[in-house]
Design a binder for this molecule. Sequence first.
Ligand SMILES: Cc1ncc(C[n+]2csc(CCOP(=O)(O)OP(=O)(O)O)c2C)c(N)n1
Ligand SMILES: [Mg+2]
Length: 545
Amino acid sequence: MKAAAVVANILKREGVQFLIGYPVNPIIEAAAEVDIRTIIVRQERTGLHMADAVSRMTSGERIGVFAMQHGPGAENSFGGVAQAFGDSVPIVVLPGGYPRRLLNIPPNFSSFLNYQHITKWAEQVIQATAVPDAMRRAFTQVRNGRPRPVLVELPYDLLHEDVPDGWTYTPAPRLRSGPDPRGVAEVAAALVAAERPVIYAGQGVHYARAWSQLKELAELLEAPVTTSLQGKSAFPETHPLSLGSGGRSISKPLHECLNNADLIFGIGCSFSITNYGVAMPKGARIAHATLDPADINKDVRAELALVGDAGLTLEALLAEVRGRLGGKPRGRAAAVAQRIGQLKSEWLAQWMPRLTSESTPLSPYRVIWDLLHTVDVPNTIITHDAGSPRDQLSPFWETTAPLTYIGWGKTTQLGYGLGLAMGAKLAAPEKLCINVWGDAAIGFTGMDFETAVRERIPILSVLLNNFSMAIELKIMQVATEKYRSTDISGNYAEFARALGGYGERVTEPGAIIPAIKRAIAKTKEGTPALLEFITEQAVDFSIFT
Ligand SMILES: Cc1ncc(C[n+]2csc(CCOP(=O)(O)OP(=O)(O)O)c2C)c(N)n1
Ligand SMILES: [Mg+2]
């Protein structure tokens, strides 16, 4: 069997249903031969974003895989892999390599060398017989420990060579490790002793599918819960103990409760300092549970720490906390919920004029508010983009079911959201999958709307067109005044139609909801839709300093 066919067979055994890729790479043809659906994008970056969403939306149960050619394909993929590394997403990247006689000779691009710092595992295969071993190593790495991209570079000539009969392959296991029981007792004691604890959940809870354990612990401790952007939807945001998600912009209950916490318990999170995550208050007491010891004491000092899978950690803590509390809550919940509820009403009252604004150009907040109240939220997966749409969407979009929001931002590549929505639709075809982006973001990856049309991936794209990079207005005042440097232009509804999708431009507040309904109907018929809302250059965000 040719090495390319061996790779395809191994992917099949690993449960891979889609090979997303861009030619030339013989693995694409070999995958089609074994009935793995091949999906060809318009540029590598979007394909990686799609693979990324497949992994995220299945909690790593089904790993997204992307294949591209040596040289330009590998070079052009860098952004997609870097984004997955930044946000800790487990994907398998299969670049072709130059033929072995030219493999490591300048100026030929070496994926093995160049991807070292944005993968957790990178291997260059130089013998056809080593292909099964290399794939076993890659899948074992990607399924275990800290989720991050892995890469196997397969030289072009090698892929056409025979792997001798007799090779075998067993799918890689997914192994979990639990926290030290002594540490669990310490953290449980601290949580029980705390008067005003706050739980901060990261995406580790999604990967461990530990949503019910998180809820049980929060309800037992009667503690408010927030999440990182990546962890958003790990806890129902309509729950009386929810503070909403962290991010650059946040809710008032989150700001107040976090700053008044006497203990912050982070579960399945890295606590990495980022502009796109809520900052931990100075001097806060922190208990940090994560599966990656490299995150402990990295950006925040942890008074207490646990290393292990988020599900096993929460289960161990639940047993300890139950023991200490005699199995039931202490009767704090009503007061905690009342305080959160009051802060939330104050905050929403302040924002309601923006969320229900009748002005034109449209308020982006009105578009988001109408969208939230038109879709079936638990059956919708939504993602933001970089720029203002992220900071406008994330605090006001209340998730009610796990894995219904794809939050990101350890690095913030404009244009990421489109591929995420497309990958989410592949992983969860029954859900409405939406990306909300600005007119600068569409400039990066917009051509892949054609991929959504051609590959029958009927997403809903919500474009907030303000003919500007509004988020940059404050910091590019002179360049804007002198040279119009933040201006951009385009008619994206026409663009969507030109690519074979459904496109509609919306300018009036009363037309928002009917347009959303028409677009959803189109997605149900199998046609991707793009709604282009003409919005004001809003620069107001729910930021607390
Ligand atoms: C690849 C990349 N380059 C640069 C940036 C920096 N950046 C963040 S948002 C933004 C402009 C966003 O404009 P738009 O998408 O139209 O949203 P708006 O703020 O206008 O609502 C820029 C340049 C980025 N996030 N990603
Ligand atoms: Mg804009």
